[in-house]
Design a binder for this molecule. Structure first.
Ligand SMILES: Nc1nc2c(ncn2[C@@H]2O[C@H](COP(=O)(O)OP(=O)(O)OP(=O)(O)O)[C@@H](O)[C@H]2O)c(=O)[nH]1
Ligand SMILES: [Mg+2]
Length: 270
């Protein structure tokens, strides 16, 4: 039987649930998520192999209206190499970011699937029907699928649709591989996720996490991490929640790496 292998790029406005969807499809946490905007900052690769079918997903940062050319290169490039684009929207919201993205995709000859996410938050599901019609008229794309990435509704149907767009090709990665991210990046991201989910204000955008050192012993993975903020006031906020951050990060990292973790964290203004 022929092998199938293709590249699928997830795009959309910030906070619509792209990373939640990727994690849901993979059944594995690869990309961090939060209720704040601009959580994903780099392109994240997730790989799913089932028998003869391999799908390589690219999760991308959300569309940014400001300084459009400078701020949107990641998803623009990720679309160029895709076999299929998943355009995620949040229920019935169609703002300037969606319009910008749509104008961009329209110029390229590429298969797109529109994913209406967060339908668990729509009480009256009938209200979706006129929205389907409006979307169809707006974008002339018949592949529109309602889902809830959070609850796992509509995911099987979406995956079947995605596979129908993938070409016959040899697999690019071994079947066991779920991502190409290294351990340090994933750990730093998990810590960043725990921090931003604890914050309310603008601070999430100014936080960086850097791993200073990882020592892997037989029984324990020792992690030394640095949280970098821009101002002293931000440092004080982080210090106030550092205990909780450490506990939550350790639990999350242990779950993913299936190993006991010793985590030491410092905060620095830079
Ligand atoms: N109720 C509900 N919430 C969802 C669903 N999918 C995602 N969310 C929530 O929406 C928020 C944003 O999700 P993300 O996956 O981080 O969104 P994103 O599009 O990757 O955002 P950026 O990385 O900032 O571009 C999180 O709080 C998720 O838990 C869903 O199907 N239903
Ligand atoms: Mg994201």
């Amino acid at each position: 039987m022929n092998n199938i292998c293709g590249l699928v790029t997830l795009v959309g406005s910030s906070n619509v649930g792209k990373s939640t969807l990727l994690n849901r499809i993979l059944g594995h946490k690869i990309s961090i998520t939060s209720r704040h905007r601009l959580t994903t900052r780099k392109q994240i690769i997730g790989i799913k192999t089932t028998g003869t079918i391999q799908t390589i997903y690219l999760d991308t940062p959300g569309v940014i209206k400001k300084d459009y050319k400078k701020n949107n290169q990641i998803w623009i490039n990720a679309i160029k190499i895709a076999d299929c684009v998943i355009f995620v929207i949040d229920r019935m919201s169609w703002n300037i970011e969606e319009q910008l993205l749509f104008q961009h995709i329209k110029k390229i000859n590429i298969s797109i699937i529109i994913v209406i996410n967060k339908i668990d938050w729509i009480k009256n599901k009938q209200s979706l029907l006129p929205w389907f019609k409006t979307l169809y008229e707006k974008i002339k794309c018949s592949e529109i699928i309602p889902i809830s990435a959070k609850l796992g509704i509509g995911i099987k149907e979406l995956e079947s649709l995605i596979i129908s767009h993938l070409p016959n090709n040899n697999h690019c990665f071994p079947a066991y591989q779920k991502t190409d991210q290294n351990k340090s990046f994933l750990i730093a991201e998990l810590i960043r996720e725990k921090i931003i989910n604890k914050l309310h204000s603008e601070i999430p955008y100014f936080i960086n996490v850097k791993l200073e050192k990882i020592i892997n012993t037989l029984k324990i993975l020792h992690i030394y991490a640095l949280i970098i903020v821009k101002r002293n006031s931000q440092k004080n906020i982080i210090l106030g929640i550092i205990k909780k951050i450490c506990i939550e990060s350790r639990v999350a990292i242990e779950k993913i790496f299936n190993k006991k973790i010793m985590l030491k964290v410092w905060v620095k203004v830079k």
